[in-house]
Design a protein around this ligand. Structure first.
Ligand SMILES: Nc1ncnc2c1ncn2[C@@H]1O[C@H](COP(=O)(O)OP(=O)(O)OP(=O)(O)O)[C@@H](O)[C@H]1O
Ligand SMILES: [Mg+2]
Length: 576
């Protein structure tokens, strides 16, 4: 990542550094000119022409500084911002490509921290740290040479003796400040989390009457935030006065020894003023060395963490892909047992399924029995051993994940809508929005009438930043989205749970009769909605315990019959 970046942008650093050095050279002139002005005043008080020339010199230097400072900032800080952009892009693309199992074992909060804090720490190393380093080395070097050659070498060594202490002080304080700053940041995110959670969950808070509890929690986190900030303020409060006093030590030495030299006539008053000016200029760069060390250390630590993500390998590979573009949807599971990479117990045990293309199959059973897992494995979200899952007779490990996803429409159990219009939410998987098509699938998903009832119809914004939809409306929009793909395999994972049974059956029917041949796999907790399926698999605790058509299963007198009878009784009770 760093190599690619530097290959592309090294010239920005070069140009920026040249401007930095120009700034330093110009800075060196200022005390020198001031000193010359003082001396020329003393020698010939009546003749001001030299003074005038020198004053013009100062104005010239000021202009030069103005431009050079502007440009080093644009080039170097600009490059650092580009690095931020570059690394975020690399990182985000990587994250999009990482498999589901990665997200099972990584917390979203951690990833966000990488995205913000770590990238930021690296930007600091690529911007301010480079500036401080180039500037610090060069400015210190030429200032010392200027002090020695324009004024006096002995005096120079004496006066700069206390300066290295500045570097150590800033190194030490820099670490402490950073630690405390992190604590402030952490307590700030606690604070926002607490506030956000209370407000997002305000209905739960109110219905349980726990406002005082949440309020007290908020008070605690706020207090913590204040005290962490006070810790930080105290170090800052000590840091600058300390730096100042140390710098004063140098000035004191300069005045003591330099003053004597002026009195003895070894150096002129102007030279003495130049000298003190230079000494003041050295404070900043020597302090900066301490900061640079800290920033670079932090940047390296962050880089290590980012590298972990970049080097993360996908566990889904297709070394020997079959070159086809279209699947028909003939699905076979052959005695598959599967344990999640992060799981302990197997989620599926010896599961065998045979799904004919064009048929409608239902997966039913107890909760946690592995139904959704079958859908995820079919979408190649998790790795499976060879010889276990076949689509159209081809081992799934030989089918490119992209090919599968083009041919496989999966509606997850938990619907997720983006903050966009209804239309964009439905059409987001296909290129070019064709309104007629959007409408057709919204009709099949039985949500068109609902959409027409929204204030702006298909242009209504939904999701986090939009109108609040009912659970059933969200589910049906998600179904329309999946149908838009017109893929030969459709997998509906209990995504009609918030819709009444009649509507559920209606949607499934119109889906089947929409003219296109599709393999439809439906997971449902409501047996009545799927009892006309060509095949029903009944699952319990990771196993297929029964399979067959509705009538056969009833005759079987097993789990299916018990579930069915119970649902019938419940329905009757509700009806009364
Ligand atoms: N990402 C995961 N990592 C580890 N274990 C998981 C993961 N997802 C599911 N499981 C476990 O696998 C088992 C089967 O889960 P699955 O989601 O397939 O059940 P399900 O039949 O769809 O249940 P429900 O009807 O409640 O949706 C459960 O024990 C669950 O805890
Ligand atoms: Mg499920």
């Amino acid at each position: 990542m760093i190599k690619d970046f530097l290959k592309r942008y090294w010239w920005r650093y070069l140009i920026g550094s040249i401007f930095l050095i120009v700034v330093d050279v110009l800075m060196i002139l200022v005390p020198r000119i001031t000193g010359l002005v003082v001396d020329s005043l003393r020698v010939t008080p009546d003749d001001l022409s030299t003074v005038r020339v020198l004053l013009f010199g100062i104005v010239g230097v000021a202009f030069g500084l103005f431009f050079a400072r502007f440009f080093w900032r644009v080039f170097i800080m600009g490059a650092a911002r580009r690095f931020e952009y570059f690394s975020k892009e690399v990182l985000f693309d990587k994250l999009l490509g990482l498999p589901a199992s990665y997200y099972d074992r990584t917390r979203v909060g951690d990833l966000m921290a990488r995205f913000t804090n770590d990238v930021n720490a690296m930007r600091m190393a690529f911007g301010p740290a480079i500036v401080m380093l180039v500037d610090g080395i060069f400015l210190t070097g030429i200032t010392i040479v200027a002090m020695g050659s324009f004024v006096n070498w002995n005096l120079t060594w004496i006066a700069i003796a206390p300066l290295p202490v500045l570097t150590f002080v800033s190194l030490f304080f820099g670490k402490m400040i950073h630690r405390r700053f992190r604590a402030v940041q952490e307590s700030f995110s606690d604070l926002t989390d607490t506030a956000e959670e209370s407000i997002a969950g305000i209905r739960v808070v109110k219905s349980y009457g726990i406002e005082p509890v949440r309020s007290r929690m908020m008070e605690d986190t706020s207090n913590n935030y204040v005290s962490k900030n006070m810790d930080l303020v105290k170090v800052w409060g000590m840091f600058f006065p300390l730096i100042n006093s140390l710098a004063m030590m140098g000035t004191l030495l300069a005045i003591f020894f330099g003053g004597r030299m002026v009195i003895l006539g070894n150096i002129t008053l102007g030279e003495f003023i130049t000298f003190v000016g230079y000494l003041g200029m050295l404070v900043w760069p020597t302090m900066a060395f301490g900061w640079v060390v800290n920033i670079i250390q932090r940047g390296r630590a962050s880089y290590k963490r980012l590298k972990q993500i970049i080097e993360e390998k996908s566990d889904i590979t297709t070394p020997n892909p079959v070159r086809i573009t279209k699947l028909k949807g003939n699905i076979v599971f052959d005695n598959l047992s599967f344990t999640y990479p992060t799981g302990k117990e197997p989620a599926l045990k010896n599961v065998s399924l045979r799904i004919e293309s064009g048929s409608k199959v239902a997966l039913v059973g107890t909760t946690g029995s592995g139904k959704s897992t079958i859908g995820k494995l079919l979408g190649r979200v998790y790795p499976v051993p060879e010889g276990k899952i076949f689509i159209d007779g081809i081992d799934i490990n030989r089918l490119d994940p992209q090919l599968i996803r083009d041919n496989f429409a999966y509606v997850p159990q938990e619907t997720f809508l983006f903050s966009a219009t209804v239309r964009d939410n439905i059409a987001f998987a296909v290129n070019g929005v064709d309104h007629e098509r959007v409408k057709r699938y919204a009709e099949i998903a039985a949500v068109h009438d609902d959409i027409m009832g929204f204030s702006k119809g298909y242009d209504t914004i939904v999701g986090e930043r939009g109108v609040t939809l009912s659970g059933g409306q969200k589910q049906r929009i998600a179904i329309a989205r999946a149908l838009m793909k017109e893929s030969p395999i459709v997998f509906l994972d209990d995504c009609l749970s918030a819709v009444d049974t009649e509507t559920e059956a209606k949607i499934l029917n119109s889906l089947q009769n929409s003219g296109q041949e599709r393999t439809i796999i439906v997971i449902s907790h409501r047996l009545k909605a799927v009892l006309d399926s060509d095949m029903i698999y009944v699952m319990h605790d990771g196993e297929v315990v029964e399979s067959g058509k509705h009538d056969d299963l009833l005759k079987n007198n097993g789990l299916y019959k018990r579930m069915y009878d119970r649902q019938m009784i419940e329905e009757k009770l509700e009806g009364e």
